[in-house]
Structure formats: C-alpha cells, structure tokens
Write a protein that binds this ligand. Structure first.
Ligand SMILES: O=P(O)(O)OC[C@H]1O[C@H](O[C@H]2O[C@H](CO)[C@@H](O)[C@H](O)[C@H]2O)[C@H](O)[C@@H](O)[C@@H]1O
Length: 271
C-alpha cells in the first residue's frame, strides 16, 4: 500500500494497522476512559482500568508519537488510576483540564463556575431521590441513575430545569445527566486541536460525547487527504448502537480494547 493512500471504507482491521505502521511517528492514539479502558460499574468511584491497560498504553506511547486519555472525569481522578504512566497525556472534564508538566491546568473561563457547581451538587443531593448518585467534579455535576433507571425522566427533567435557570450546558451519557459550565469545550475540540499536526489518529469511545471526537477525525480527513483517522466504538447496551454507527470499527468491551492494542503493538513493532 502506497504511503499516501487512505484505505477504502468500510475499513479492515488489517488495513488500519498497516497504514498506522507506515505513519507511527506521526500517529496519536486518543482514548476515552469509562466504558473503554474501564468496565462500567454501579459506583463511579469504584472504576478501575482493565489490568493490562496501563502497560499497553505506556508501550504504545513508546511506539507512536503520542497517546492521550480524553475523559469527562477530572484529571485528579485519571491521575489516581494512571499514576504509573509517564508518557500518556491526560485531558479531564472534556478538556477543561489538562495535565501539563506535573500540574493540572484549568481553562480560565470555567473557573468562576466552581461555586455554582458546588451549590448545584448540594441542591441535587437535597432535592433528588436518594437513589440518585450525585458526582461533584469541581467544574461539572453528574447525576447518575444507573441503579434507579425508573428515575431517568425525573432526573433528566430536573437537570434541564437547572440548566435553563443557571445557564448551564447539558451532556447526556450512559445512565447519567451531566451539567457543565457554558464554556466552549468538548472532546471534539480537544481532538481538532490534537490532530492539527498529525498524519494519523485513532480515537476509542463508547458514549455520546465521543461522537464529537469521531466527527473531528472525519473533519480533518475531509480537508486533508493525507490524514488518516480511525474511529473505534466500544459496544454497550446503552449508547452502543449510536456510537458504533458513527465508527469505523467496533470492539466488544474494555477487555477487547486491551487485546486489540496488544495485537496492534505486535503489528507496529514487527520488522
Ligand atoms: O468520558 P468518560 O471518561 O467516558 O466519562 C463519562 C462518564 O463516566 C462515568 O460515568 C459512567 O461510568 C460509571 C462507572 O462505570 C457508571 O456508573 C455510569 O453509569 C456511567 O455514566 C463518570 O462517573 C461520569 O462523571 C462521566 O461523565
């Protein structure tokens, strides 16, 4: 396959790795966290990456130009799960936070919203039924109804009312409604910026917010015929169909992601 050619869609796994091997030095791998590197749990605090994931990401980071995790979790949470990783970049809260040279850098426009988010979390705990898990993330509040799906409509209604009253943004996800400051930042914007000088990029996602990241790869391909983007969905019963239909490839689970990358590393490192 000539270096400048992009393989046809639908994309085969073999072609995707073959093109990436030719361009390893100009390739970035981006990963969402929950549902992609970590199996879904009822308690968000209990989430851990699949055992093989940290080692595979670190190896990948020595093989391609860059590896980054782009998550809705705060950077502090990601650091707690990936403390051993030295070469993997971290974007938290949809890119409102970045781990840079040993510290968390926060988008300045979002900082004034911390007190409002704190108040909102307290009010959610007081006003919503006790089965709703309220996750305060400093610059956003996630309202989880995984263990009480019958409350989905009530939580969604409450979230939209608050968003309207306070001028916040809403992000839907897997059994969760999240309220965010009205600051222009999402995973699509992180990827648009992150692929500016890349020849190839992969993004692995499972949720609605990841579709914007897939779109960013497509947009770059549309303006640069030399760029090769691979969107990988991770299947799940909640958002899986929608995310898979926007992706090039679909994997079954976070365990399958680890196996897929282990196999890919062998292909990238083959002489
Ligand atoms: O961008 P991500 O890293 O995928 O974060 C998206 C949300 O992930 C977490 O919630 C999801 O995973 C939980 C743990 O498995 C699960 O209990 C919940 O139902 C899922 O929605 C996280 O807690 C949220 O803050 C993130 O927005």
């Amino acid at each position: 396959m000539a270096e400048t050619l992009r393989p046809n869609r639908p994309l085969s796994v073999a072609d995707a790795w073959a093109v990436t091997a030719q361009r390893a030095a100009e390739t970035t791998f981006f990963f969402d966290f929950d549902g992609v590197l970590s199996p879904v749990t009822d308690d968000p605090d209990a989430s851990q990456p699949v055992d093989a994931v940290p080692g595979v990401l670190e190896q990948l980071a020595t093989t391609v130009r860059r590896v980054a995790i782009v998550s809705a979790r705060p950077v502090s949470f990601l650091r707690s799960r990936f403390a051993s990783l030295e070469r993997v970049d971290l974007y938290g809260l949809y890119g409102l936070e970045v781990w840079h040279e040993g510290e968390v850098v926060t988008e300045p426009a979002a900082l004034p919203w911390i007190p409002a988010m704190n108040d909102l979390a307290e009010r959610a705990r007081a006003e919503l039924p006790g089965q709703i898990l309220v996750e305060f993330k400093r610059l956003s509040v996630a309202l989880h109804y995984r263990t009480a799906p019958q409350l989905a409509d009530e939580v969604t209604r409450w979230g939209h009312e608050q968003a309207e009253e306070l001028g916040l943004k809403i992000q839907g996800g897997r059994m969760v409604v999240e309220l965010k400051p009205p600051v222009d930042q999402d995973k699509g914007m992180v990827i648009t910026e992150g692929v500016r000088n890349a020849g190839c990029a992969w993004y692995f996602g499972d949720d609605m917010s990841d579709i914007k990241a897939f779109d960013a790869l497509r947009a770059r391909e549309a303006v640069d015929p030399g760029f090769f983007g691979v969107a990988v969905a991770v299947a799940n019963p909640e958002t899986g169909a929608e995310v898979s239909s926007a992706a090039d490839l679909t994997l079954d689970s976070p365990d399958a992601v680890a196996e897929f990358l282990t196999d890919g590393l062998r292909r990238l490192q083959a002489p």
